[in-house]
Design a protein around this ligand. Sequence first.
Ligand SMILES: Nc1ncnc2c1ncn2[C@@H]1O[C@H](COP(=O)(O)OP(=O)(O)O)[C@@H](O)[C@H]1O
Ligand SMILES: [Mg+2]
Length: 246
Amino acid sequence: MKPLLETRDLYLAFGGLVVADHIDFQLHRGERLAVIGQNGAGKTTFINICTGYLKPQSGDVWFGDRRITAMPPRRIVRLGMGRSFQLPQLFTEHTVRECVQIAAASQDRRLSFLRAMDSVVDRSEVESTLELVGLREDARRMSSDLPEGKRKLLDIAMALVLHPQLLIMDEPTSGVASEDKHDLMRIIMSALDQRHVTSWFVEHDVDIVARYATRVAAWISGAIVADGMPDGVLQDPRIRSEILGA
Ligand SMILES: Nc1ncnc2c1ncn2[C@@H]1O[C@H](COP(=O)(O)OP(=O)(O)O)[C@@H](O)[C@H]1O
Ligand SMILES: [Mg+2]
């Protein structure tokens, strides 16, 4: 089966620091990939290259049949690749509902930001997405008033309202109290299942990785050093000593 996302020989260095060291990577439809690795390993850089925020010095990114290397992020989103950020990118002057509305309208290049607030957007789509991530009751709150877990959910709702085939999440549980992480992941993963979205998330908490991933890829110094079933990767002696600190 053709991969949903593929990178071939992807390379990027910042000065002398190699952050993507000839990465060959494939993600298939239906996978839930957890990416692990110490801070600075290149996990976010890899996401930035795949989503068009950074241009690699060599190599290519394919999304299905399309070569998307260095395409603008907005075009990549339109092709069906969503993304959420470690620090949620919300419209802080707007309510939760408006944030999802604006995100929904942003797909249409004819719409300006302000027109997005008109009734052009399919309201039921916005409401069902709010419902999907459990934010219906928060719809009228200002996005800036939300606690961190709900900010993460709103960022994800803003991606899901565009019906992506793939959602890439950079540390969806960071900044959330450890006792709330499982609830947050349960909501996110159930939403992704209902919409049949393939996913990839960066996560430091081993319990979360073991519970929610079908596959784990481990990053060290810009390279994938282990990639496979969660049990195998999480038990790997090198991964345990160099990444998990066991
Ligand atoms: N725009 C940039 N310019 C220079 N160095 C960068 C830039 N972005 C990231 N880096 C460096 O690249 C390395 C990898 O960063 P990053 O991909 O954010 O790691 P991770 O997400 O795994 O913590 C880090 O050492 C970081 O400081
Ligand atoms: Mg990062």
